[in-house]
Design a protein around this ligand. Structure first.
Ligand code: CIR
Length: 305
């Protein structure tokens, strides 16, 4: 008998991207919340390896959130921008790899309604003008349908149906609707400024949370289509200029360095996107603290040379 989740998600669907892209770091995408229960034994070792965690399986385990713990960040000249990104999916709905066009539209409508009282503008991708695209791309708030890993996982199906971007009135934050997850809440602020990014992202998150319920598991935290984002769903990163020696130090400290144009690109010049890889088993504060400690130690050490 073919094993599948109540939504009909099979193991073949979950590992399709990895089979078609042998260079995948993870290779799996969950089609729904239940994928993590039904196929737990198959996913377990990848999740443990990626997040460097061990599971007391029988316990509620993901630490409580503490986004709002006070954190001060010193000015660091090499840091050009600070970015926080939080991934969420709506409870009880299939995730982007398994949605059809109607489901993508429904999620768009629900998010649109939940943001109605929040000052800002909601742009659907099918209606974007070239100049709007250029503005969004320049501020790194645009998403596209070019990722081969996501294409293989069917995340880009029905493009651009249901895809939209909300930009807050002050331009410091936004929401991606129906990209890799139903929701990506993002804040990008100039220079090195985690407190400002936290404030912007939590404002949007609070507005959304007051109207929507998100998929959650006591073991894995917030559930995301890619297992790399389980736990907090938080990716805390900076774009910073660094020398080859500094880049090596960041890698030694366990941070992930991506090329300036985002995931799966080569570093252009010496500007990198730098972030802690782990999102599961830590609180939001701990993830940001890990980033802060690494940046302070590497860049401060360079200053004293
Ligand atoms: C992969 O398996 O390589 C892609 N599906 C993305 C994995 C998560 N991204 C990352 O670690 N940078």
């Amino acid at each position: 008998m073919l094993v599948c989740t109540p939504n009909g998600i099979t193991w073949r669907q979950i590992c399709k991207s990895g089979l078609e892209n042998p260079d995948s770091k993870i290779g799996f995408y969950a089609g729904d919340a239940e994928s993590y229960e039904i196929f737990w034994e198959q996913l377990r070792s990848t999740i443990i390896q990626y997040h460097q965690v061990e599971f007391p399986d029988h316990l509620a385990w993901q630490p409580d959130q503490n986004f709002l713990a006070p954190m001060s960040t010193p000015p660091l000249a090499p840091v050009r921008t600070t970015r926080l990104r939080v991934a969420r999916n709506l409870a009880g709905r299939r995730f982007p790899p398994a949605m059809n066009g109607v489901e993508r539209q429904q999620v768009y409508q629900l998010v649109k309604e939940s943001l109605q009282a929040t000052p800002g503008v909601l742009l659907t991708l099918d209606e974007l003008t070239e100049s709007q695209k250029a503005t969004l791309a320049a501020s790194r708030m645009l998403f596209d349908n070019q990722d081969r890993f996501m294409a293989s996982a069917n995340i880009l199906d029905d493009w651009p149906i249901g895809r939209a971007i909300f930009i807050s009135a002050d331009g410091s934050s936004g929401v991606w609707i129906n990209e890799e997850d139903h929701l990506r809440i993002i804040s990008i602020v100039p220079g090195y400024n985690l407190p400002k990014a936290v404030e912007a992202v939590t404002t949007l998150l609070t507005a959304l949370e007051s109207r929507l319920a998100f998929a959650w598991s006591n073991r894995l935290g917030w559930l995301t289509s890619c297992p790399s984002n389980l736990g907090t769903g938080l990716r805390a990163s900076v774009r910073a200029e660094c020398s080859p020696a500094e880049a090596t130090k960041f890698r030694q400290l366990g941070l992930q360095l991506r090329g300036d144009q985002g995931e799966h690109t080569t570093a252009l010049g010496s500007v990198y996107d730098i972030s802690p890889q782990q999102r599961l088993g830590l609180t939001e504060y701990q993830i940001m603290d890990q980033l802060n400690e690494a940046l302070c130690s590497v860049f401060a050490a360079s200053e004293t040379l």
